[in-house]
Ligand binder design. Structure first.
Ligand code: FES
Length: 174
């Protein structure tokens, strides 16, 4: 008897994997939905790192080499954010109605970039996501890997200033 397919254990406590599971189940674990699932993952995470690619490969029971091959073949898939730090502003419905647009606009103004871009000093990449799985904390922002909830534009700017002003490893070398 065939067992019903299941999603693999999550590689971290990041709630966005739960949302990725929803997309995987909606596509019934089909390998021919790989591109749609990579799009869904990129919308959730902002880019596709190896944890995410391996997770998708395991869920679809597809060879990781194939998943990597597809993700690297298309230039609309980003394998990593270009900047040293990443700020992901959730623009899902719950966050949007609680002011995510004002947060994004404040970040764009302060750093002189638009969503999807990286500052010229490569310090910060600004990305948006559709829902990061923390609607109860809306508006939510993921700063590097840390989820921050119930933020105001000013608190978000301050949080991002803290990480971008911290000395980078290159600057601490003698
Ligand atoms: S809509 Fe932002 S966390 Fe769900």
């Amino acid at each position: 008897m065939n067992r019903a397919p299941e999603t693999p254990p999550h590689p971290s406590g990041d709630k966005r994997f739960k949302l990725l599971d929803v997309a995987i189940k909606r596509h019934q674990f089909r390998q021919d939905a790989l591109i749609e699932l990579l799009h869904a993952a990129q919308e959730l995470f902002g880019f596709l790192d190896s944890d995410v690619l391996i997770y998708i490969a395991r869920a679809l029971r597809a060879p990781p080499s194939r998943v990597y091959g597809v993700a690297t073949f298309y230039n609309f898939f980003k394998m990593r954010p270009a900047g040293e730090h990443t700020c992901t502003v959730c623009m899902g419905t719950a966050c949007y109605v609680k002011g995510a647009g004002a947060i994004l606009a404040a970040l764009e103004r302060e750093h002189g970039i638009r969503a999807g871009e990286t500052t010229s000093d490569q310090r910060l990449s600004l990305v948006t996501a559709r829902c990061v799985g923390a609607c109860g904390l809306a508006p939510a922002v993921v700063v590097d890997e840390t989820l921050e909830g119930r933020l105001t534009p000013e608190a978000t700017l301050e949080r991002v200033r803290q990480i971008t002003r911290a000395a980078s490893p290159a600057e601490t070398k003698p």
